[in-house]
Design a protein around this ligand. Structure first.
Ligand code: ZN
Length: 287
């Protein structure tokens, strides 16, 4: 089978090793592009000092796969939820299956769930129904939320506002919106996840002056791989598949715009992720 979209060859010489063990809070490792070489992907993540991965579960099937992978690997954890794109598939029965997954010891968050009014693959009404049900599941389970929001900031704040007192913690993953939306989220005591979007000089520049407004103890970092390959990579790596081993490149860019050292950013974001997802302390240096 040809696989023209991704090239799994990642030259060691170009790999950047993080100063501090990093936590990638958004890795879609159940994506089909990782099927043929997952052991090598894991090995490279460890070589880059990315020691802990939160695998994103975007529907029931992927959430189950993510939980199974997490059982098999130390330092792997999983989220379980229904992405707003798939919200039209939400049923009560599906909600009950999700609730069962929240008892799994390696499932650490409810999500990815939320609102995406940018593409509307499910209608806004379907998205709100599925999101509301998952807010209730988060409140019931006491697990933190892993949120997705695109072009729906006002509605998202509204819905979260109603539930906030019943929820533990929530992170808006892959934050890409404006200052007003950011401040609204911070007012709700939410955490913010940043991806390689900030490395994109075409569409990420508005984030750069905003980064410093996110308190370090509310900030976490993620690849969202295989999506969102950072654009600050050396030229030779352009067009390749994104993977957890490349998280240090994102950390470097965020540290630059935040005005802190890469080590300080790594330490802070890892500590925050540890506390947010209630992980056991296993971010030892590896390899
Ligand atoms: Zn997302």
């Amino acid at each position: 089978m040809a696989k023209p979209a991704f090239d799994d060859f990642l030259p060691d010489a170009l790999q950047l090793r993080a100063h501090e063990p990093l936590v990638d809070i958004g890795a879609n490792l159940t994506h089909e592009s990782f099927q043929h070489d997952l052991p090598a992907v894991v090995e490279r993540a460890h070589a880059a000092n990315v020691t802990t991965l939160i695998l994103t579960g975007t529907d029931l099937e992927h959430a189950k796969q993510a939980a199974t992978l997490a059982e098999q690997h130390a330092g792997f954890y999983a989220t379980a939820g229904v992405h707003p794109h798939d919200a039209s598939h939400w049923t009560l029965a599906l909600g009950r299956e999700m609730a069962a997954l929240y008892a799994h010891p390696k499932v650490v968050a409810v999500g990815e769930c939320g609102l995406d009014f940018n593409r509307n693959f499910s209608t806004p009404a379907e998205q709100e129904r599925a999101f509301e049900a998952q807010l209730a599941l988060a409140a019931e389970s006491g697990l933190p939320l892993f949120l997705h929001e695109r072009d729906a900031g006002a509605r998202m704040r509204d819905m979260l506002n109603h539930w906030r007192d019943d929820l533990t913690d929530a992170v808006v993953h892959c934050f890409t919106a404006d200052k007003e939306t950011l401040y609204g989220y911070l007012d709700l005591d939410l955490h913010i996840g940043l991806t390689g979007w900030i490395c994109d000089e075409r569409r990420g520049h508005h984030l750069r002056p905003l980064v410093g407004d996110i308190p370090l103890e509310r900030l976490m970092i993620e690849t969202d791989c295989p999506y969102l390959l950072p654009r600050n990579l050396p030229a030779k790596m352009k067009g390749r598949r994104h993977e957890p081993a490349l998280l240090p490149w994102i950390a470097r860019e965020i540290a630059h715009w935040y005005g802190v050292s890469e080590a300080a950013l790594g330490r802070a974001t890892s500590q925050t992720a540890q506390a947010f997802f209630r992980l056991p302390d296993n971010t030892q240096e590896s390899a």
